[in-house]
Design a protein around this ligand. Sequence first.
Ligand SMILES: Nc1nc2c(ncn2[C@@H]2O[C@H](COP(=O)(O)OP(=O)(O)O)[C@@H](O)[C@H]2O)c(=O)[nH]1
Ligand SMILES: [Mg+2]
Ligand SMILES: [Zn+2]
Length: 353
Amino acid sequence: MIDTQTIERLRHIGWRGQVLPGDGRRIARVVAQHRAGYELHDGEQVFGAQPAGHFLKRGLDPAERPAVGDFVEVEPGKPPHILTVQSRRTVLSRAAAGERYERQVIATNIDYVLVLTGLDGDFNPARIERYLSLVEGSGAQPVVVLSKPDRTDDVEHRIAELKARLPEGTPIHAINGKDPVGAAILAAYLKPGDSAVLVGSSGAGKSTLTNTLLGSQHMATGDVRSHDSRGRHTTTYRALLQLPSGGCLIDTPGMRELKLTGEENLDLFADIEALAENCRFADCGHGSEPGCAVQEALHDGELTPDRWRNYLKLRDEREEQATMLESRLRRQRGGRPATKPHGQRGSREKEGW
Ligand SMILES: Nc1nc2c(ncn2[C@@H]2O[C@H](COP(=O)(O)OP(=O)(O)O)[C@@H](O)[C@H]2O)c(=O)[nH]1
Ligand SMILES: [Mg+2]
Ligand SMILES: [Zn+2]
């Protein structure tokens, strides 16, 4: 169905589709997910909706359920029901903490991932690399945003450190989250129809920056419902917000653990992988072997020990997660569970941040 007005409206909330569904269904975007259901935006108004029964089936990969950022087809009714999730342009996900392998969708249909890190005690290049590894698999572009530049006198040095460490061309901006003039530089990633998601530790300044970007529309962050089913007053948290710039911004709660999903390719460390090709022995363990190109680069200062350690850690984690993902997929296909090729790895180290 072609309905230019509706299509135009949907463009405002980041829809890139061409054809509307028939059958009286409408398209809307998931702006929040609550225990009690979803909040959707159709470019004009926000309304609550329930997932159709097939989304609640046991054994369904949680990553297939509607998530913030999704465009969904909705069947009108009281309440309206989400029937299908339209195919996702990009998906940022992580693996859930814990023993069982489970992918968790952070946000979908996003163009940019704003990786926010405070320039105070929060600053941690290895964690930024972890975020960038997850972003690599998402299809979205990473942007490093350093908040709280007023909390250190080391801004230039830290930017230089990151520039040397991260892939060339990765945008890096230092922005005081409370300063609208400084935050305006992010407009380049929030053009009309664009969507960006803010990720970073709790306390990094995501909500502060979101409010600054919202400017006079500040109040739109919290809608007060007159009553819920119990008659209490509740505040509805909305994750996806339309900004005055025309873009959509998704704020996320701080995530303590950001496990790789196993689908990453770690292009971020391509230079280290290329380096290791130059070791004298094909099976070099990069320890005390003679002719080890890695040890040489570490010795020359070309490779920092911190980045090398982080690479090894992320590489092992990705491998372990990929094995779990593989066996999960095999089980879904009805085959027998795969046994781990590496035997049981004892360590289930938790991130200390
Ligand atoms: N000095 C300074 N404080 C900031 C900045 N950005 C955020 N904050 C403060 O950091 C704290 C946590 O911010 P918040 O936005 O809630 O972080 P979130 O958990 O990532 O959403 C608040 O007290 C903010 O006022 C900044 O650029 N400079
Ligand atoms: Mg917050
Ligand atoms: Zn080596």
